[in-house]
Design a protein around this ligand. Sequence first.
Ligand SMILES: [Zn+2]
Length: 155
Amino acid sequence: MSSFRVVPIPSEVAEQVRNTGKSPIYGFPAHREVAAGRAPCRHCLRLIRKDEEELLLFTYDPFRELGEPPLPGPVYIHAEECARHSENDVIPEEYRGRLLTLEGYGDDRALVKEIRVRDGDEQRVAEELFSEANIRYVHVRSTEAGCFLFRLERR
Ligand SMILES: [Zn+2]
């Protein structure tokens, strides 16, 4: 068993964006379109199928439950209802082998350590970060786009 679980955005956030067409907190209009490229959904953590499924693009602060200052940025979710990822302990298939940046945060939102991964090393790097006692959670970002993907929490 690994030392962490994968945490997607809350269902409450996805529902709010779908119901209002706006970004929670910020109120900017969410943009809806058919996926035109690689678009990972932050709720089910699957890819939104290109040229087939619609996405909603909105502004989200991945620190909203965790502290200040916020760091709002663009994220995608499926425009239609999807099942929230089950919070298991494995980096989802769709993200393995990608260029990811794992950021380990400690108390008071302090960035303790950041590691850029490639070549499918993400599970080991996540374990390495959680081996540091002062890291409480890890944000996983796309290294190329910089966007927040999901959080890892200590089990
Ligand atoms: Zn989804």
